[in-house]
Design a protein around this ligand. Structure first.
Ligand SMILES: [Zn+2]
Length: 360
């Protein structure tokens, strides 16, 4: 009974890859359209990857009055899981090169979730760890990685806007989407993703919902397309829980207060009155403080970016600071950027944080 036969007779089990003639067990599962698929595999291979299958195959034989169901001459076991997912799982076991996921695909968390759940259910620990690593590696783990990714995205946005990009794919569709990532990370206890994904989410406009603008309904306005064209990013806002929405709003407010504290704390800490230069930097700093406050009012949705752009030494020297003071300021801000990065989890997830002592 081959593929052609089963296509015309939906109730006949359809042989699916892997189906090896020398397999010593047949696994069956039903598709979402209630069709039965069968896989002929090797107990040893399943047991090697999965302690759950290993235990299943070492169970005592059935009592005498029960006959084990057979298929094609070997024992048949029916799994309650969707056949599409079972097929994907067995394909990965027998053909690891089929493991081709784009780790940055915004749909990756949704695509991986059923497979990860199956791996966990059947104790395929190695495969589970490998898939989770793939998922986790799409998100920066360090501030250096974050800066590198931001720079890469900025270049792609520029190329797209200038028509130098042949892919015709919005930059938004090439990088991870935070809400699905947060949800999957929670489910599989990947602690490194939520802090950075929440931070990214806190920068985004609720106007751009991934599922709406990249979905099949036609409600997206020209204004929204324009935003995508300019490189703005979207999120699956419609899938965000009320509890997580609260975390986003609270995190945004905290970042905004940290932003305000930062400027005052920076001028206190920088101690420009001890400037060794001939033209003391104190008067420059008073002027600069006003500029910094204006800039922070304009760009208050991305504190890491604000700190990076506004307080770099060359930028400060352009504004009239001496080389020594500019370098000192850059060091302080560099240190504070690391502090903020290391504490993103607290900013978004912890009930209480010390906003006043944050920069000290
Ligand atoms: Zn100076």
């Amino acid at each position: 009974m081959g593929d052609a036969a089963s296509a015309s007779a939906p109730t006949t089990p359809k042989h699916s890859f892997p189906y090896f003639e020398d397999g010593n067990i047949v696994i069956s599962a039903s598709t979402s359209k209630r069709r039965c698929k069968v896989f002929r595999v090797h107990k040893s291979v399943l047991a090697f990857h999965s302690h759950v299958f290993a235990d299943m195959f070492t169970l005592p034989t059935l009592p005498d009055n029960t006959t084990m169901e057979m298929y094609d001459g070997v024992p048949l076991v029916h799994l309650p899981d969707p056949a599409e997912e079972v097929a994907e799982l067995f394909t990965l076991l027998y053909k690891p090169s089929a493991l081709r996921y784009d780790r940055r695909d915004p749909c990756l968390p949704l695509d991986l979730e059923p497979l990860l759940t199956l791996c966990r259910k059947y104790g395929l620990d190695d495969l589970l760890a490998r898939l989770l690593h793939e998922f986790e590696s799409a998100w920066p783990q360090t501030l250096t990685q974050w800066d590198a990714l931001e720079a890469e995205i900025a270049l792609e946005v520029e190329a797209y806007k200038e028509g130098r990009d042949d892919s015709q794919v919005y930059v938004d569709r090439r990088y991870p989407e935070p809400i699905a990532a947060i949800q999957l990370a929670r489910e599989f206890e990947i602690d490194t993703i939520p802090p950075v994904a929440f931070y990214h989410l806190s920068r985004l406009e609720i106007d751009l919902d991934y599922d709406v603008i990249h979905g099949y309904d036609d409600t997206t306005s020209q204004r929204q397309w324009d935003k995508l064209f300019m490189g703005l990013r979207s999120a699956r806002w419609g899938a965000l829980s009320a509890a997580d929405f609260r975390l986003v709003l609270r995190g945004r407010e905290r970042l905004s207060r940290l932003h305000q504290n930062l400027i005052h704390e920076f001028f206190r800490k920088s101690n420009f009155s001890s400037c060794p230069g001939e033209n003391c930097c104190v008067s420059t700093s008073i002027e600069f403080m006003a500029i910094a406050e204006r800039l922070s009012a304009e760009k208050c949705n991305d504190l890491l970016q604000f700190m990076k752009v506004s307080f770099m030494a060359p930028e400060m020297e352009k504004r009239g600071f001496c080389h020594n003071c500019a370098l000192k300021a850059q060091n302080i801000i560099g240190w504070w950027r690391e502090t903020l990065w290391d504490n993103l989890g607290k900013v978004f997830i912890e009930e209480q944080i010390d906003e006043y002592g944050f920069w000290s």
